[in-house]
Design a protein around this ligand. Sequence first.
Ligand code: PHE
Length: 438
Amino acid sequence: PLPKTLEILGERYPTDDITNVPASIISKIPLRLHTQQHHPLSTLRGLIESAYPDFAHLSSLSPLVTPFQNFDELSFPADHPGRSVTDSYYINRDLMLRTHTSTHEVETFRKGETKWLLTADVYRRDEIDGSHYPVFHQVEGARIFDANANGLKEVEEDNERLERLLAKENIVIEDIPDVSKTNPVQEGHDPVFSEALARNLKLSLNTLILRVFGQATKGLVGNGVGKEEPLRVRWIEAYFPFTSPSFEVEVLYQGKWLEILGCGVVRQATLDTAGVQNKIGWAFGLGLERIAMVLFSIPDIRLFWSMDERFLSQFEQGKITSFKPYSKYPSCFKDVSFWLSKDSSLHDNDFCDVVRDVAGDLVEDVKKVGLPPVYPHHRGTQAYSQIDHFVHSKTNRESNCFRINYRSMDRSLSNDEVNEIQDQVVSRLKQQFAIEVR
Ligand code: PHE
């Protein structure tokens, strides 16, 4: 049963009918990995901060925010899916865990900051696998200029400086137009200024990317980008409610395009809400884990949360080194099959949160799988097909099957231990949802 209050960072908050933040998530809030000396996420934060030495560097804001701050102030429409309880964690109707660092744009601009970086833990309900974790870290960056001829001159001069700098580097950039019909200048913005700003944003981020990925290859062999191979960066048109024009950036690393950030020209409404007048600027938001996983060769996102000395002792603040995996412990697969009545619902993320809450980081991934064979002659043919659920024609119930892969990063799990966890998962599911285990 749900407690009447939840304690988070030393304060108590009342719960209500939409509370959905599990204890396993609350326990992560105080850890603030991006500030832990020697931690790869802290080193990456430092590397990014060093690319913006004249910016304010913020990193201590609480993750407890209002839905108003997280969404409304950033022009998210009322029906945006990110608001739903299946996608985000709510303490109660008025308080949630931030889903992105953009949440703090308005308050940071309101404080009068004009060039700033902000690093923080962010929270999103998600599936469970090697590259998704419901807590991750982002760096938000923003810069605003005077919205007049002097400001435009400042942007243009900065653009010339950055273009000269990049021209000397071994980088190939697939660019797209700064503005277009589908990625328009905001109403009320001077098109010349907006275009110069989009250029400034791109040049600034290309320089950052070169620093981050170039640094990683220095002195490292076989880490993706060879000495003569250029670094490849690709710009893609995007949409965010709080920027226009908007972009995403991908970097080619070890043969794969890696999506690393979203950005754009800040919606004037954001600056208006912050009480900032006669300014215009850009913002970006960059995810740390994906980049850190490739830079430090970290194969599983759960490792960032490891307290094991065999993980932590491998890293030194400010140094990018390849993680040497210690032996991988064996997997233990367990299935849960159940009927769900037609009028009840269980979102995949609900299932995953129960598993996480019970098993913590002992769960490696959860997959929806096909049905276990019901008839003997199906064995080996239909078994575990791609079909992950079907609706029974007579009872109108839906059948579901999830396969949970239990594996510790630090030790071997005993079968008894896994069975006990599995039993708890099943009984929690029965308690919380209208299911009938098959
Ligand atoms: N907050 C966005 C995200 O998490 C990224 C973003 C930041 C986009 C700033 C534009 C400007 O996806």
